[in-house]
Design a protein around this ligand. Structure first.
Ligand code: PMP
Length: 429
């Protein structure tokens, strides 16, 4: 594959953008090599500036669950855009979006739109602190909740990919208020709450961890956390920026039957435009300005074009059988990869939540952060590039989940498995 144009752009970018990118994992640092620059995207495919085509399992890191450049989403954006890009006064689409989210996710009794997942999570913990009058928050090792100061403590995603789970620039006094727990460890959570439960404002968790590859909750674990929070008066916050509208229409909270006090969303509800949302119990959200004293605001929040893209996407994913088809596709892909790896004699394991998956260069099971981190990064890097050379784009980090979209049909999955045959042979050699 020729990458001359991408290479030239990356050289220009590196002069002005840190690492040549506007978000760290895009730089391909952990897998080696250089990123390709996108020219356009359609359905399951990305096309780069050199004319190469890739089957895309990143989907802009989650939003493109209905495939790239879906005509219904583009039409909604085009129609809305003609009336102006931003108003700075309320518009009807914001109300429609709030109603849609609240209908699909009943725990979202009241909510606020923001512009990114990061804004959603940092606003949610402000509400947790403001409403409880407590300062400490609890998060889980390997979970990523955006780059807010309080969350860059044992963080996942790019922070983990680059070995920077605790970032310089976060004041120690603030980081000290963030307590961390090992995901899926029942006893550690009980012990922490026994010790300092009355000081904890909120516990925030990725119910399925998508920022340390893909780790599913053990049976009863999320209920255990729900019970601990309830008993100690701490708020349970589900960060569903990744899992929301993906692992089930109503997200992980629907899939596991848990009602959090607050939730955060992003990605899919923007359909590819910059959007986030946080919300939950009405008595808590009523405390947000201007109906209450907890301050949070945004010049572009509820942007009409972003609402239009998100609403069109939410409409698409409510089609009957939408998530079942995604689950079938994810299973076909993961079963196929495991079978090919076995034939090639490569230690390999997959985890799946419908429409989301983890690839591990080790034997299973994978249930904890340690299990996940023990995947062989060199093998992953080799596999990543071997797949890329064959026209399949996987997340360029061993700590990021892969994403399935409704545009990935049998043909794309078959092509991916064909590519994997060659890629696993390379890894085995
Ligand atoms: N929470 C989770 C679970 C995420 O996966 C992400 C981003 N991948 C964020 C928060 C932050 O969202 P954003 O990048 O839109 O700020």
């Amino acid at each position: 594959m020729i990458h001359d144009r991408s290479h030239a752009l990356f050289a220009r970018a590196a002069e002005l953008l840190p690492g040549g990118v506007n978000s760290p994992v895009r730089a391909f640092k952990s897998v080696g090599g250089e990123p390709f620059f996108a020219a356009r995207a359609l359905g399951p495919h990305l096309f780069d500036v050199d004319g190469n085509r890739y089957i895309d399992y990143v989907g802009s890191w989650g939003p493109m669950i209905a495939g790239h450049a879906h005509p219904q989403v583009l039409d909604a954006v085009a129609r809305t855009m003609r009336d102006g890009l931003s108003f700075g006064v309320p518009n009807a689409l914001e109300v429609e979006m709030a109603e849609a989210i609240s209908r699909i996710v009943p725990s979202m009794e009241m909510l606020r739109m923001v512009n990114s997942g990061t804004e959603a999570t940092l606003s949610a913990i402000r509400v947790a602190r403001g409403a409880t009058g407590r300062s400490r928050i609890v998060k889980f090792e390997g979970c990523y909740h955006g780059h807010g100061d309080s969350f860059l403590v044992k963080a996942g995603s790019g922070a983990l990919t680059f070995g920077l789970p605790n970032s310089p620039g976060v004041p120690k006094a603030l980081a000290d208020l963030t307590l961390t727990l090992p995901y899926n460890d029942f006893d550690a959570a009980t012990a922490l709450f026994d010790e300092v439960g009355e000081e904890i404002a909120g516990l925030i968790i990725e119910p399925i961890v998508g920022n340390a590859n893909c780790i599913l909750p053990r049976e009863g674990y999320l209920q255990h956390l729900r019970d601990l929070c309830t008993r100690h008066g701490a708020l349970l916050i589900f960060d569903e920026v990744m899992t929301g509208f993906r692992v089930a229409l109503g997200g992980a909270q629907q899939r596991y039957g848990i009602t959090p006090d607050l939730s955060t969303f992003g990605k899919i509800i923007g359909g590819g435009m910059p959007v986030g949302a946080y919300g939950g119990r009405r008595d808590l959200m009523r405390q947000v300005a201007p109906s209450g004293p907890i301050y949070q605001a945004g010049t572009l929040s509820g942007n009409p074009v972003a609402m239009a893209a998100g609403l069109a996407t939410l409409e698409l994913i409510q089609a009957p059988g939408f998530h079942a088809a995604l689950e079938a596709g994810t299973n076909a892909l993961c079963d196929g990869l495991e079978a090919i790896a076995r034939e090639a004699g490569v230690a390999f394991h997959t985890t799946r939540a419908p429409a989301m998956f983890g690839l591990y260069f080790r034997e299973g099971p994978v249930e904890t952060f340690e299990d996940s981190a023990a995947s062989d990064p060199k093998r992953f890097g080799r596999f990543f590039h071997a797949m890329l050379d064959r026209g399949v784009y996987l997340a360029p980090s061993a700590f990021e989940a892969g994403f399935m979209s409704s545009a990935h049909g049998e043909a794309e999955i078959a092509q991916t498995l064909e590519a994997a045959r060659g890629a696993f042979a390379e890894v085995a050699a």
